[in-house]
Write a protein that binds this ligand. Structure first.
Ligand SMILES: Cc1cc2nc3c(=O)[nH]c(=O)nc-3n(C[C@H](O)[C@H](O)[C@H](O)COP(=O)(O)OP(=O)(O)OC[C@H]3O[C@@H](n4cnc5c(N)ncnc54)[C@H](O)[C@@H]3O)c2cc1C
Length: 412
């Protein structure tokens, strides 16, 4: 049985590795980029994602390329600590939390796919334009070869659409372009070569409802930062593009006031080595992910505001549950519908929670901090974090005790 995965991002690559581990050897990835480069900046992998990558035997690579995140700390806009909590092993999980460059994570996954599925498993320069399902059970995949400019086609028994927030496969299956939504805020992201702060394993979230900053180390001597602030409505064409560069000193001009003795955020951002702007974009929760023998996965299925360290994590969980269902269900249809039934309600909750996190929670907490009620603000943050962990699948006890999604298909 041939399974074609459209898109070699974090979701598609993890799906390929998970399907291979479950006993599916004929898996091919069709990737639009002519070459897979280290694009993006830092991402965070909480223990629920690390568990899955560890069960794919990748924890050694994560430990070599990423950095442990041991603490999450919230500060108000004046730099005063509101609340901090341990993360990863320190919080009682059986798996750590890592911060890592997105490109490094993608590289780890690409190398593992090369070693386990063979170098030809990833076909680059294949921009998929549509999928057509035949009554005989085959799926024809049309693509434009980015090297020759020619139309090409591929055939598979199952197609997994992991082609990101602007998924062409999703739009084709849905019969129309899925609109991207935005709250009018923009996220600036970048990295800066700089020494450690607060012990070297803390992620900080600082600010108020008017702007919010996140900083954490992703490699020795490399800090990742992001700033979110309102900018007004973005044109639809601007949404969902992760690669729009911006000068770090333009971003630094928004944070003149954030200079603390424990971290000079203005200087940190101003001396950044790279910076990008990304108008906040997501999609409304979709009513369905499975269309015959085609299934959506990752951002294609549930693009969310990049708050809460869960964009990549939820894509990883999708991949694992999809492979588990493929290995353990009676047939393809049952497997794909079982995958959707399990995952869609979870990611719908996370998508909606990320919209709330982007606004309501910060507004409430900042109002408390401004009137000096830091204790109340800490309780509100603690409650919000606890319910988010439950929603997103990383409540400590639940994660530590739930069964593994490692599974082997009965008949190869
Ligand atoms: C260039 C880039 C930079 C990013 N940077 C960050 C970041 O700094 N911080 C952050 O939190 N998140 C970032 N993200 C998003 C983050 O990686 C995802 O939210 C998360 O990992 C879920 O991954 P995914 O595999 O579903 O989608 P993605 O990571 O978006 O991967 C989708 C893949 O599909 C490919 N693709 C798209 N269209 C087609 C097509 N028609 N045919 C074939 N292939 C196609 C893309 O080239 C890409 O490789 C970035 C995504 C991209 C693509």
């Amino acid at each position: 049985m041939r399974i074609a995965i459209v898109g070699a991002g974090v979701g598609g690559l993890t799906a390929a590795l998970s399907l291979h581990a479950a006993g599916y050897s004929d898996v091919v990835l069709l990737e639009a980029a002519r070459e897979i480069r280290d694009v993006g900046v830092g991402i965070n992998l909480p223990p629920h994602a690390v568990r899955e990558l560890s069960e794919l035997d990748l924890e050694g690579e994560l430990a070599r390329s990423g950095l442990l995140t041991r603490e999450l700390a919230y500060y108000d806009a004046s730099g005063q600590l509101i609340w901090a909590e341990p993360r990863g092993l320190e919080a009682g999980y059986r798996w750590p939390q890592y911060s890592i460059h997105r490109g490094q994570l993608q590289r780890i996954l690409v190398e593992a796919v090369g070693k386990r599925l063979g170098q030809s498993a990833i076909k680059t320069g294949q921009r998929v334009t549509s999928v057509i399902q035949e009554s005989a059970g085959k799926v024809h995949i049309k693509a434009v070869d980015q090297f020759s400019g020619r139309s090409v086609s591929h055939t598979a028994d199952i197609v997994v659409a992991a082609d990101g927030i602007r998924s062409a496969v999703r739009d084709g299956l849905n019969g129309g372009v899925t609109p991207l939504a935005s709250n009018g805020w923009v996220m600036y992201r970048g990295t800066t070569r700089a020494g450690p702060f607060l012990g070297g394993a803390t992620m900080i979230i600082l600010g108020d409802e008017t702007q919010r900053i996140v900083v954490y180390p992703i490699a020795p001597g490399l800090l990742n930062w992001l700033l979110v602030r309102p900018r007004g409505p973005a044109a639809a064409a601007e949404l969902g593009n992760w690669n729009v560069g911006v000068a770090p000193d333009v971003v630094a001009s928004f944070v003149e006031q954030y200079r603390f003795d424990w971290l000079d955020i203005h200087r940190l951002i101003g001396s950044g080595s790279e910076a990008y702007e990304y108008p906040m974009a997501d999609i409304d929760p979709l009513p369905r992910w499975v269309f015959g023998r085609c299934a959506l996965l990752g951002d294609s299925a549930h693009a969310m505001y990049p708050f809460g360290s869960n964009g990549a994590s939820q894509a990883i969980l999708d991949a694992r549950v999809l492979a588990y269902n493929m290995a353990t269900s009676g047939g393809i249809e049952e497997a794909l519908h079982g995958y959707e039934a399990y995952r869609r309600p979870v990611t719908t909750g996370v998508q909606l929670a990320n919209r709330r996190q982007a606004g309501d929670v910060m507004e409430k907490v900042s109002a408390m901090a401004r009137r000096g009620a830091h204790g109340d603000a800490a309780t509100a943050l603690q409650d919000a974090e606890r319910s988010y962990r439950q929603l997103a699948g990383f409540d400590v006890d639940e994660l530590n005790n739930r069964k593994s999604w490692n599974a082997q298909r009965a008949q190869p």
